[in-house]
Ligand binder design. Structure first.
Ligand code: NI
Length: 156
């Protein structure tokens, strides 16, 4: 496993549309391993492949309940709405309020090439939506209702 460099806002790769994974091969598994390591090292709760410069539809998420690896993820249903605070490893030092569905169900394939489905609420729903947006070149700041970067509790 290896840590990969995270691209930051302003890099045009972050604005491109990622392509689906046609076949889960050895390279895909290495990428998944590297993405998880990179996410944990940087204390993130999610990471999308374009953030490490790979324009493939792959995300990893861990909001504290274990690692989820999603290949070719697609949201199949969502309900409710909730406004919460978000940050992004590609936009270091900033925080903002974003409205997301309260609950989402996503279908994807796992590293064994098997179809899986995942339903998330709260932080997991936020992470799923945030990471899937990266696959379409969208950053949370595009949807931000309020920039809270300089709010007292966020100043370090
Ligand atoms: Ni992000």
């Amino acid at each position: 496993m290896a840590t990969r460099r995270i691209l930051t806002d302003g890099d045009e790769t972050l604005r491109k549309i990622s392509r689906p994974v046609a076949e889960v091969d050895k390279r895909t598994k290495i990428l998944l391993d590297d993405m998880a390591e990179t996410m944990y090292k940087n204390e993130g709760v999610g990471l999308a492949a374009p953030q490490v410069g790979v324009l493939r539809r792959i995300v990893v998420i861990d909001v504290g309940e274990g690692l989820y690896e999603l290949i070719n993820p697609e949201i199949v249903s969502s309900e409710g709405a909730k406004i919460g605070e978000e940050g992004c490893l590609s936009i270091p030092g900033r925080r903002g309020m974003v409205e997301r569905p309260a609950k989402v169900t996503v279908k994807a394939i796992n590293r064994k090439g098997k179809a899986i489905q995942l339903t998330g609420e709260g932080l997991l729903a936020v992470a799923i939506c945030h990471e899937l947006d990266h696959l379409d070149g969208i950053l949370y700041t595009d949807k931000m209702i309020e920039d809270v970067t300089n709010k007292e509790e966020n100043v370090k």
